[in-house]
Write a protein of this length. Structure first.
Length: 386
């Protein structure tokens, strides 16, 4: 598509002191022999032992989905109008299945509302860009209530300035009356992937990193993650350092489809090896040997990327992974890239693993030059909003 820039890394390169911006293409008690079917939205979930914290799985019931109206001309430049069309398309699609709240700068609320339609609630709240997965707090259950864990967003290791987004956690929780817990770490929501049963997947590159957590080693960070999120076991994947703004978030690499079952991003067959495919190889090796918090071995399912010669989007940093899907109430939202064969294959894999949900393809050609559907959505757990 002619309106797309070569890459968001190139776009940001002109901004002095802000660094390079691009997302890598690459976020109880069952026995090992128990069936591994996906949980349905609204089905009973295990409560934390003793009223402690529990990080739920994305397929559990949502109260609402948060999204954000992008405002950074300096990043998107002439593509800003197109990325707004993409985020409005995502918001309208998700809004067919659950409540959606769009955060927008006060002077942009009316424009966002017109783009999203009446089914999406637009609220005035200062934001910079659309990456709600990383700026909205990570919601956990504690004592039967929802609590927001604020991971001190710092622009992905100070690669980009996000003064408004750094305050989203605090202001959003105040607005909705949700208790705030400030984590002792810097991280983003796309860093974390959980099965809702105590297992956390994470890339070492995105958090054991001096640009977020200077001076803290992996053991210290793991202990703090367990306390902040209530998880019992952390499975570490290497990731990729310094080649995208996130330092390789896990939500574009590997995702849970059910406890014990993960979908792993894989390069299109025949693609020459690179740092991203080697990262996927490393992840597969780790996951094939690891066990989860309940002692189950992982069933690792490949989720192949499209042929880059057949997609509509452009750019060296185009995020062509299907792993950046979003699980909402009764639906799964996946990117539709334009390679019909690959799109259909990915949709079939997601249908197989989420059989009780509609799998909805969404075109995100401009957003995908910097991220994906999961990157731009954030679920609040709980009963669906009335």
């Amino acid at each position: 598509m002619s309106h797309l820039l070569p890459s968001r890394r190139a776009a940001l390169g002109a901004l002095a002191g802000l660094g390079a911006l691009a997302f890598g293409s690459a976020a109880c008690g069952a026995s090992e022999t128990a069936p591994r079917s996906n949980a349905l939205a609204g089905s009973p979930q295990p409560s934390p032992a003793g009223g402690g914290r529990r990080l739920g799985a994305e397929w559990e019931s949502h109260t609402r989905t948060f999204v954000a109206w992008p405002a950074l001309d300096a990043v998107w430049m002439e593509d800003l109008r197109y990325v707004r069309e993409d985020i409005a398309r995502i918001a309208r699609a998700v809004g067919e299945y659950e409540a959606v709240v769009m955060m927008a700068l006060p002077d942009q609320v009316d424009a966002a509302q017109r783009a999203c339609g009446s089914q999406v609630e637009v609220i005035p709240l200062a934001v910079d860009d659309l990456w709600a997965r990383d700026t909205v707090p990570v919601f956990v259950e504690e004592g039967g209530k929802v609590v927001g864990v604020d991971f001190n967003f710092n622009g992905w290791g100070r690669k980009q300035e996000h003064k408004n987004d750094a305050q989203v956690g605090r202001t959003l929780l105040q607005k909705y009356g949700i208790p705030r817990v400030q984590a002792p770490l810097v991280a983003e929501g796309g860093s974390f992937e959980t099965d809702g049963e105590g297992t956390l997947l994470i890339t070492e590159s995105s958090i054991v990193n001096d640009n977020r957590n200077r001076g803290k080693n992996r053991d210290a960070i793991e202990a703090e993650l367990k306390q902040a999120l209530g998880v019992e076991k952390v499975v570490w994947l290497a990731g990729v350092r310094g080649q995208d703004i996130t330092d390789a978030h896990v939500d574009s690499l590997v995702r849970f489809a059910a406890p014990g079952v993960v979908l792993l991003d894989r390069a299109h067959p025949g693609t020459p090896p690179d740092s991203w495919s080697r990262s996927a190889d490393q992840a597969k090796s780790v996951l094939s040997k690891a066990t989860d918090a309940r002692g189950r071995r992982f069933d690792v399912i490949d989720l192949p990327q499209p042929d880059l010669n057949r997609i509509r989007g452009e750019g060296d940093d185009f995020v062509s992974t299907y792993a950046n899907f979003y699980v909402a109430n009764d639906a799964v939202f996946m990117p539709e890239f334009g390679d019909r064969q690959a799109d259909d294959r990915a949709r079939g894999i997601l249908r197989e693993h989420f059989p009780k949900r509609e799998v909805v393809p969404v075109a995100i050609d401009t957003i995908a030059s910097g991220g994906g559907i999961h990157c731009s959505t954030h679920d609040q757990p709980g009963k669906p909003a009335a």
